[in-house]
Design a protein around this ligand. Structure first.
Ligand code: UP5
Ligand code: MG
Length: 213
C-alpha cells in the first residue's frame, strides 16, 4: 500500500505543529463515502474495533457543533435540514481539531468530502492526501427504507429532506468519488447486503493494515 502524503498537521503558516499533539507517525486518512443511509457510520464502527482507526463523522461533528451552542449552530442546523452542504471552512476546521485531539494517526473520515470544494479545501489546509476512498454503493430505495426506520430523531430523516439529500449526493458528492476513481483510489463495496456481509468485504480491503482486535 502506498504511503499517505502529509505526515504531520500544519498550522496556517504551514509550520508543522503535529509534535506533542499527535505522533511522529505518518497520518493515514481514508475517506468513507456513500449515499445517505448507505451504512458509513455502521461500518466505520466495525473498522474501528478491528483495525484501530479513529472514526470522524463530519455529520456527527456538525451536529455536535449545533449542540455546543456555537455561533455557527443555527446556520449548520438550517443547512442540515435542507440537506445542503455546510461551507468547507467550518467542516475542515472541525475535522482538523478532532484529528489533533484524537492522539491517533489513522483516521476514517466519514461523509466528507461531499463536493469538489470540500475536497480541495481539505487538501489545501491539511496537505493530507487520502490513502484511498471506501465507497458504499447502495440503491436509493434501500437507503430510503433504512433512513425512514432509523428513529434516532435526526432532523433530516424525513422523506422531504431525504429526497434533497439524495439529489445533493448524486449532483455533488458523486463528483468526488469520480475524481478519486480517475486516480485509481476507490474501493467500491456493495452496501445493499446485510451488515456482516458488507463488513466481510470491508475487512478484505483493510487487511493490509493488520487487525488489532
Ligand atoms: N443499516 C446500516 N447498514 C445496514 C445494512 N447493511 N443493512 C440494513 N440496515 C443497515 O445506517 C443508516 C441506518 O441503516 C441505520 O439505522 C443502520 O442501522 C442501518 P448508517 O450507518 O447510519 O448510514 P450512514 O451512511 O452513516 O447514513 P447517514 O444518514 O449518517 O448519512 P448522511 O451522509 O446522509 O449523513 P451525515 O451525517 O454524513 O450528514 C448529514 C448532513 O450533514 C448532510 O446532509 C449535510 O447537510 C451535512 N454535512 C455537511 O454539510 N458536510 C459534511 O461534510 C458532512 C455532513
Ligand atoms: Mg452517518
Amino acid at each position: 500500500m502506498s504511503p499517505a502524503i502529509g505526515a504531520t498537521f500544519t498550522d496556517d503558516s504551514g509550520r508543522a505543529e503535529g509534535g506533542d499533539l499527535v505522533t511522529e507517525k505518518e497520518v493515514i486518512v481514508i475517506f468513507v463515502l456513500g449515499g445517505p443511509g448507505s451504512g458509513k457510520g455502521t461500518q466505520c464502527g466495525h473498522i474501528v474495533q478491528h483495525f484501530g482507526f479513529t472514526h470522524l463523522s463530519a455529520g456527527d461533528l456538525l451536529r455536535a457543533e449545533i449542540n455546543s451552542g456555537s455561533e455557527n449552530g443555527t446556520m449548520i442546523q438550517n443547512m442540515i435540514k435542507e440537506g445542503k452542504i455546510v461551507p468547507s471552512e467550518v467542516t475542515v476546521k472541525l475535522l482538523q481539531r478532532a484529528m489533533k485531539e484524537s492522539g491517533n494517526h489513522k483516521f476514517l473520515i466519514d461523509g466528507f468530502p461531499r463536493n469538489e470544494e470540500n475536497r480541495a479545501a481539505f487538501e489545501e489546509v491539511t496537505k493530507i492526501v487520502p490513502e484511498f476512498i471506501l465507497f458504499f454503493d447502495c440503491a436509493e430505495e434501500e437507503m430510503e427504507r433504512r433512513l425512514l426506520s432509523r428513529n434516532e430523531g435526526r432532523v433530516d430523516d424525513n422523506i422531504e429532506t431525504i429526497r434533497k439529500r439524495f439529489k445533493v449526493f448524486l449532483e455533488s458528492s458523486m463528483k468526488v468519488v469520480e475524481y478519486y476513481e480517475s486516480k485509481g483510489k476507490v474501493h467500491k463495496v456493495d452496501a445493499g447486503k446485510p451488515i456482516s456481509d458488507v463488513f466481510d468485504a470491508v475487512k478484505q480491503i483493510f487487511s493490509p493494515f493488520g487487525e488489532v482486535n
